[in-house]
Write a protein that binds this ligand. Structure first.
Ligand code: PEP
Length: 257
């Protein structure tokens, strides 16, 4: 069965409540007349403070799902500043981005923590979007594939094949994030095929064939069609170009199958 594409917008630390509502309205308007059967799954990830108002705005819209940009794996307790998965579920959040390179770099999140989050998200019935990717230095040293394979093996440790099947993976070369430099589509596809092989080693090839693996890193309306034409790229995690309804809608349209 064909893998349903996903276009996910990561708003990062942008947009207060009114800006988030305005952007959500623009996205809803932009997809209103598009046929749901041919559309990719559309996901938006606002900041925590906008999740509730955006979830209210999305009521009655069955074409756009809500994601959070992070979570903590513990269910409750003395974890100042953190948000539990149940708290996110309460706001109709269905996806959670974990392991984004900005969280790994600036907040020192490691593979072990990302694995704990992935397990807790799947146990709660939500979908983790697990990010992986290499630095420019790692690419130049020729260790891209081994680095990414190690990130994926560690992120999926202890997760049953049935749950691995439900995860979404995003391959995001760090040197392509927010830089305007997209990874060559064929190279992104090659790395994603390597990720699929790693998933097959962890959970079997039948499961690996079903896991959706996205590309992220300066995706724009001008790049999406070629990216979506690749055999193993199942959609995109979009940062900058998801902050304007027009460009996000153009990317969604470029992913219509
Ligand atoms: C991202 O934030 O995950 C991302 C890929 O950002 P950008 O599209 O801006 O490179």
């Amino acid at each position: 069965m064909a893998r349903k594409p996903i276009i996910a917008g990561n708003w990062k630390m942008h947009n207060n409540v009114s800006e988030s509502i305005e952007l959500t309205k623009g996205i809803i308007k932009g997809v209103k007349d598009l046929d749901k059967n041919t559309l990719p799954e559309i996901v938006i990830a606002p900041v925590f403070t906008s999740l509730y108002p955006v979830s209210k705005e999305l009521e009655g819209c069955d074409k756009v799902s809500l994601s959070s940009q992070n979570c903590y794996f513990e269910p409750k307790g003395a974890f100042t500043g953190e948000i539990s998965i149940d708290m996110l579920k309460d706001l109709n959040v269905s996806y959670i981005i974990i392991g984004h390179s900005e969280r790994r770099q600036y907040f020192k999140e490691d593979d072990e923590l990302i694995n704990k989050k992935a397990i807790a998200i799947l146990e709660a019935g939500l979908t983790p979007i697990i990010c992986c990717g290499e630095t420019l230095e790692q690419r130049e040293m020729g260790v891209t594939d081994s680095h990414i394979s190690s990130q994926i093996v560690k992120a999926l440790e202890g997760i049953s094949p049935e749950n691995v099947e439900k995860t979404v993976i995003a391959y995001e070369p760090i040197w392509a994030i927010g830089t305007g430099k997209t990874c060559d589509s064929k190279e992104a596809n090659r790395v994603i095929q390597q990720i699929r092989k790693t998933v097959a080693q962890v959970a079997g090839s039948a499961i690996a064939e079903k896991v959706r693996i996205l590309y992220g890193g300066s995706v724009k309306p001008a790049t999406i069609v070629e990216q979506m034409a690749q055999s193993d790229i199942d959609g995109a995690l979009v940062g900058g170009a998801s902050l304007q309804a027009e460009s996000f809608i153009e990317i969604i349209k470029g992913a219509i199958k």
